[in-house]
Write a protein that binds this ligand. Structure first.
Ligand code: UDX
Length: 433
């Protein structure tokens, strides 16, 4: 199949490279010349394990190319995937669909034969209808069908998620379009991934409902963690105890500083906007959004409490800034609110993150960036783990203790066993334990 990806960001680039790896002919388009130049030179503009190799091997095999030229990208595709950003619109939190609609108009102008237009960007219910309307309005002769095919990949595990998905969701009712989509995903069907077909609106809503449910699961266990602290129970025991019930499932029950990232915060808020527009309030999701927002600063206050209630003039060493490990993404990272809470309370913050520091400098310009985990600790009054990078899981606690002014460890990701840390002479604060 000949596939064009409009947008070479996270989803576009990973999907494009994976489709090429399936044997399809893929052209990735982006308006951003710098991004395309980098890709043409073999540089990957994002940090994602394995992506550099996947892009290089498929480009070398001639199945994957990059361009800023829309006419070239849209010369003769069987399917065009719209994988552009849908950020939160400033002011009202609705998904900003201007990039999606601009892509639709651009595609329309180039359609010469039957083409499937695939919405892969996360878009609110009804966007497919609007894309269809724009294409018809721009090119009344166009032979096309619009389908929704939301993407569920996670950053840091993107390639594996794409190639071994729990399911692929395809929304649409045009038989020719569905056949093209089945061909595109044939390698996954052969690998026994369930491919489910439904209405376009059903597919659009599935993506939001899925993310909102996962955000709810995390927020639920975070509140249970708070209760565990009060009653003297361990949230990891409770999570295991409930997670082994197949109806609940053990994933996404890790208590922590609250969810962040490019998806959950934006998609939960966008779902609430849709719910408002259709007068079908989503009160559970409303609560999730509010609880998660408050949690981030509350984690900053937890650190202050661990330092004896006052951090004025103190130096706090922070390990991990990205919203989760194996990414350089800082979007809505809990680290931002945590660091700001500490700074507002008069602390000086020193931090280290294996991949996120270049991004972090934009959100958090006023912290001392260090070259290693141990450098952050030199003379610091407390050590805080905010993101669970593997590199922080086996710290030399004796060395840490020797470097720190006070042996205080706040582990906001519950990656250390309490006993080992206390045996090493630390005061240990975790989440829900
Ligand atoms: C998410 C969805 O998982 C993915 O399906 C969708 O396509 C995009 O959004 P992503 O944002 O990459 O993916 O990260 P994910 O691994 O889901 O984590 C999101 C946030 O939740 C992170 O801040 C993470 O630290 C937090 N989290 C996750 C928890 O606090 N506890 C958990 O148990 C799981």
């Amino acid at each position: 199949m000949k596939i064009t990806m409009i947008g070479s960001g996270y989803v576009g680039l990973v999907s494009g490279a994976c489709f090429a790896d399936f044997g399809h002919d893929v052209i990735c388009f982006d308006k951003d010349q710098t991004k395309i130049d980098a890709l043409l030179a073999g540089r990957i503009p994002i940090f994602e394990p394995g992506l550099d190799h996947l892009v290089a091997s498929n480009a070398a095999a001639g199945r994957l190319s990059f361009t800023t030229d829309a006419a070239q990208a849209l010369a003769d595709p069987d399917a065009v995937f719209i994988a552009v950003g849908t950020p939160s619109r400033r002011g009202d939190g609705h998904a900003d669909l201007s990039y999606v609609y601009a892509a639709a108009a651009e595609i329309a102008a180039h359609i010469k034969r039957f083409t499937v237009i695939v919405d892969k960007s996360t878009v609110p219910v009804g966007t497919g209808d609007e894309v269809e309307r724009i294409i018809r309005e721009t090119n009344s002769d166009a032979d096309f069908a619009v389908v929704s095919n939301p993407e569920f990949l996670r950053e840091g595990a993107a390639i594996d998620d794409f190639k071994r998905p729990d399911r692929v969701v395809i929304g649409g009712d045009d038989p020719r379009a569905l056949e093209v989509m089945r061909q595109i995903y044939r390698p996954l069907a052969l690998g026994r991934s369930p491919i489910i077909e439904m209405s376009r609106k059903g597919a659009e809503l599935t993506k939001y409902a899925g993310n909102a449910f996962l955000a709810t699961k995390i927020t639920f266990i975070n509140e249970i963690a708070d209760l565990c602290e009060k009653v003297g129970a361990d949230v990891q025991d409770v999570a295991r105890g409930i997670g082994l019930d197949n109806r609940i499932g053990s994933k996404f029950l890790h208590a922590g500083p609250g969810y962040g990232g490019s998806c959950f915060p934006k998609d939960t808020v966008a779902l609430l906007k849709t719910a408002q527009d259709f007068e079908a309030p989503q009160r559970i999701v409303e609560a999730v959004v509010a609880v998660n927002d408050q949690r981030k600063r509350a984690m900053g206050r937890k650190v202050i409490a661990a330092c004896g209630g006052d951090v004025r003039g103190k130096t706090i060493a922070v390990l991990g800034l990205t919203f989760k490990p194996n990414t350089d993404d800082m979007r809505d990272s809990p680290a931002i609110a945590i660091v700001q809470t500490l700074q507002d309370a008069g602390a000086t913050v020193r931090a280290y993150d294996p991949e996120g520091m270049a991004q972090a400098k934009k959100d958090l310009p006023d912290i001392g960036y260090c070259a290693s985990a141990y450098e952050t600790m030199e003379g610091a009054d407390a050590l805080v783990i905010v993101t669970e990078w593997d590199a922080f899981r086996a710290l030399d606690l004796n060395r840490a203790k020797a470097l720190l002014k006070a042996p205080i460890l706040v582990d906001l990701r519950n990656i250390y066993p309490r006993k080992a840390v206390e045996d090493a002479g630390f005061t240990y604060t975790a989440v829900g334990r």
